[in-house]
Design a binder for this molecule. Sequence first.
Ligand code: ZN
Length: 264
Amino acid sequence: MEEMKMNAISACARAGRRAALILLALAIGNDVRAQQTADQVRSELFAVKQVVPGVWAFIVKPRTPGLAVSNTAVIEIGDKVLVVDSHLTPSAAREAARLIAAITGNKSVRYLVNTHWHPDHVQGNSTYSSAFPAAIDIIAHINTRRDILALEIPFLKDQKQLLPRQIADIKSQLAIGKKDGLPFTDAQRRQLEAQLAQGEALLKEIETLEITLPSLTLDRSMSLHAGEREVRILYFGRGHTEGDVVVFLPKEKVLVTGDLLTNS
Ligand SMILES: [Zn+2]
């Protein structure tokens, strides 16, 4: 294990974390004409690192506010692609898909693995299933599919109701211009304005969002094979949630841990 290239994918986002507006001009596949290397691609949200040939980590950039809060792994498997985790927002998933097209020379995403049910790992599922409707299977542990239904979908529904009230409250505070009877300082006003922008951006992302459920589930393990590549999806019992899986490439000794291993 010491020699194993550990790729700690994803820090868990706190439920309800707000987002700032990031204008992403590029949509999936736009103007991607040739395969690019990890050093050539540019993104406001992610640093792209090649782990081994055909395997990349998209590391969310520090202080990227809100719309992207977790990492992802991208693995070529034959002439297709496997992606690990789909991010918090559709815009983050679209940006990841744009980068995938660039670094793989427009290969299609065939598999998406949800390492667990948390919002920052599944709320981009529908972005991938819409982009690749005939091709994609979403893979998760059976408990993760259960918990998306039981926990994530109700959480998202609550967020859709809660955010407009929070936005209205901030607007009201800004209109009144006072806190505890005293006029806002410039810093207080800027903070509220930033919260307002983040809340409005996140609401715009989720107000029509529906979660696409995993289509393939496992209870212990699953292996995918294509050419020289073997990808194992493994479950070892309860960890960060009741359904965490890891993605392991035995030949390359690459392990994608989801939130079982984080930097905080
Ligand atoms: Zn998590």
